[in-house]
Design a binder for this molecule. Structure first.
Ligand SMILES: *Cc1c(COP(=O)(O)O)cnc(C)c1O
Length: 429
């Protein structure tokens, strides 16, 4: 008998903080214990006990073409036969840089790193180096990885666990980060009027996916662009989640707003640990060795990771990929809302291409305050009712859900039927 999830979690808790290597996985906000994955294929995830779940987490974003896609696996297999890491440049890095620049509007040069966290840390170092300024502006509930400067009113696991301002971050550094309420036009204007000339960069998730899923108000991203231009600050779009998902060229393409620097991760690694940052050539040329802003990485541009990412990016460039993904996301969300209505449960969804938010409130949130003003208990019960019925949703009300290209009619119908039963349970108690 292989070990059960419960046995594994007991062992894990002895030797790993909270039994996990990344906090949200521990199920703290929904209660209970996480399941341990044995394998995954397409839209499905199997636990070590052989139970199967339709997966709406998708490894938190990378698995946009579904798990274990044969073409991604083939690319990885073929590449690894030639060696796992070289420490000298390899051709796949060039292909990756060219591919990213061809897909993302305004992207002229990129640097590959190993995680989204590294990408955002490096991007703000570059912004500070390029502007000679120190202040960073971020938004409440936005998550940009676990770098010191970002753990101020942070989203995702930091929010889920109630530690948005982490101990261990020196006060002197945290003081250099200002926060704003997302979608509030005037608050941004006021902050820039008061301190705009100190601001090196404003960093934003163009669609907030780490405090549930909040879409930008009409004109909001353009408003941020205008403020940054007026005050000589750089605009950074953190597209680690939205990149290549909400459109082939990410949120910049979808909303027609250009950032000065962008950060990427998740999808561009196809499930391998990868991140990247990039922007206009004039800015990127300030990065070492062509410029003085230092940043490096032993495994950066790893050939196997590049191969997985490139195979994934090839698949999402097939004609009709994003329209199909957006339609599937819409069908799922419409189905869930319909199922809730049938049972008189107050519930709504927000959605964009391949990404959605679930809200136990009458309307999806347009602000961080609204996103946190939800019925947590209803979410918790819904999460577990769905899990028992073979649907794995993000184990926190503060995370976006993800639909992949492998989620077909059948899996969506299965999910909506599970939701019907889950809402019925909620309505009864
Ligand atoms: C996931 C995420 C990150 C952090 O990426 P890691 O690879 O987990 O370090 C940064 N920004 C956003 C928007 C993310 O969703």
């Amino acid at each position: 008998m292989p070990a059960s999830s419960h046995e594994l979690f007991a062992r894990a808790q002895q030797r790993m903080p909270g039994g996990v290597n990344s906090p949200v996985r521990a199920f703290r906000s929904v209660g209970g214990e996480p399941f341990f994955a044995a394998r995954a294929s397409g839209p499905w995830l199997w636990d070590v006990e052989g139970r199967r779940y339709v997966d709406y987490v998708g490894s938190w974003g990378p698995m946009i073409v579904g798990h274990a896609h044969p073409e991604v696996l083939r690319a990885v297999r073929e590449t690894m036969e030639h060696g796992l890491s070289f420490g000298v440049p390899n051709p796949l890095e060039v292909e990756m840089a060219e591919t990213l620049c061809a897909m993302v509007p305004g992207l002229e040069m990129v640097r590959m790193v190993n995680s989204g966290t590294e990408a955002t840390l490096s991007a703000i170092r570059l912004a500070r180096g390029a502007t000679g300024r120190t202040r960073i502006v971020k938004f409440e509930g936005c998550y940009h990885g676990h770098g010191d400067s970002f753990l101020v009113k942070a989203g995702s696991g930091a929010l889920t666990l109630g530690v948005p301002d982490s101990p261990g971050v020196p006060r002197a550094l945290a003081d250099l980060t200002s926060t704003l309420p997302y979608n509030d036009f005037e608050a941004a204007e006021r902050l820039f009027e008061e301190a705009g000339d100190e601001v090196a960069a404003l960093i934003v998730e163009p669609i907030v996916g780490n405090a549930n899923c909040i879409l930008p108000a009409e004109g909001y991203l353009q408003h941020l662009r205008t403020l940054c231009d007026r005050h000589g600050a750089l605009l950074i779009f953190d597209e680690v989640m939205t990149g290549f998902r909400v459109a082939p060229g990410g949120a910049q393409e979808r909303y027609g707003v250009r950032a000065d620097l962008c950060t990427f991760g998740k999808i561009i690694g196809g499930g391998m640990p990868v991140g990247a940052y990039g922007g206009r050539a004039e800015l990127m040329r300030q990065v070492a060795p062509s410029g003085p802003v230092y940043q490096a990485g032993t495994l950066s541009g790893n050939p196997v990771a590049m191969a997985a990412g490139l195979a994934t990016l090839r698949l999402i460039r097939e004609p009709g990929f994003h329209p199909r993904l957006e339609a599937a996301t819409g069908r799922l969300c419409d189905g869930l809302e319909q199922a809730a209505r049938e049972h008189g449960v107050t519930f709504s969804t927000s959605r964009t291409c391949g990404m959605f938010g679930l809200y136990f409130r009458a309307r999806p949130a347009t602000s961080f305050r609204e996103a946190t003003d939800i019925d947590h208990d209803a979410f918790r019960r819904f999460f577990h009712a769905m899990l028992e019925r073979g649907v794995y949703l993000a184990p926190s009300a503060f995370e976006a859900g993800f639909v992949s290209a492998a989620h077909g009619e059948e899996e969506i119908a299965f999910t909506v039927e599970a939701a019907r039963q889950a809402f019925a349970l909620l309505a009864r108690s």
